[in-house]
Design a protein around this ligand. Sequence first.
Ligand code: NZQ
Ligand code: ZN
Length: 389
Amino acid sequence: MNNFIFENTTKTFFGKGCVKEYLHCLAGHYGSNVMLCYGSGSIKRNGVYNEVMEILHKAGKTVTEFSGIMSNPTYRKVLEGAALARENKIDLILGVGGGSVMDCCKAISLAAVYKGDIWADFWARPGIIDFEPLPLGVIVTATGTGSEMNGGAVVTNEELKVKTGKDYPICNPKFALLDPVYTFSVPRRQMISGGFDTLSHIMEIYFSRPDEENVSDDIAEGLMRGVIRDLRAAVKDPLDYTARSNLMWEATMAENRIIKLGKQTDFQCHMMEHQLGAYTDCNHGEGLAVLHPAYYRHICGAGAVKFARFAVRVWGIPANGKPLEELAKAGVEALADFIRELGLPTSFGELGIDKGTDLQAIARSCPIVPGSYKKLTHEEIYEIFQECL
Ligand code: NZQ
Ligand code: ZN
């Protein structure tokens, strides 16, 4: 394995009833001004808002609300939240939602205390954060991104048409509360999209060097088999607690840095999807579902040994003396079949992307990362986009 240092500073509370049990005590560690951040109102419809507000009021907190955090949160929204946090002398930011809310809150926690422009200094390029952001706690209501236990915050700069994120460990939430029951009300389409995002994270880590036997790949294979099993079960019965709780922890495990240890990691597919999102505002997990098979058809020849291992160990395809390349392709096609089985979109058309969209401009704007088995060119990214039409 490659060398690594590991630390994860988020204290994580998992399971049915964990918000009721621990939020009061956790909030007690911070001052009285809490900024409650959420999205477009699902927490008001499913009762989570009332539950959280009651706890905060009992804990004697003064609550400032910051709502309307959109899917694919924008830099403008971050600045709006930061101004509100400063105005109200906020001691604790509490994000209640999915990846969009959590990411926006992480960026707010920095912008609220930083004198300069956080986009220019920490998003446009990697920077060094040598100050303490406002403390952040999160309550997860939709699983998939794993944002609850990392420092990553993916933000869209609409003016620049760039969607990007960096994982700054100092932005890890101080605490994360994960009650699987809170995810029961997530619409089926989002549940599937979130589950696929998790699978994508694991694949983006797994398909990168080193490929000699290593603990991270072994855990990744177990996690991928788990996501496939649990997504199938949750599609059949969205109230299946076992499936939903597994999906929740699989999402966290995929992105809490554990399976990245000793791995180079790829994330080229995420780079393409993020730019697609910057131009079209498409749903993150669905965008990945369209791109992954096309991307992997491009690189599986160069990484045939690993893709063949994926076919056998993740999809249970018997090797039976098949040539390596054939087995590798069978693994990619098993993934494509699974995407169809889940009813995820399989083309840009199904993703709702306009025919007139300038795919060449999007392709040119995609960062090229070195982690994959085959370094793409912008022309190849455009070809991949064409294959998704
Ligand atoms: O707006 P609200 O009311 O919150 O409704 C949301 C939203 O419409 C809804 N929802 C959430 N919990 C619900 C619920 N509806 C009913 N009941 C509940 N319990 O679900 C919709 C989608 O939510 P969103 O947070 O946008 O989805 P997701 O969790 O997939 O997050 C996507 C964002 O995270 C970024 C993506 O790029 C995208 O911007 N990512 C963040 C990562 C990270 N920080 O590590 C890594 C990922 O690769 C990803 O890029
Ligand atoms: Zn993702």
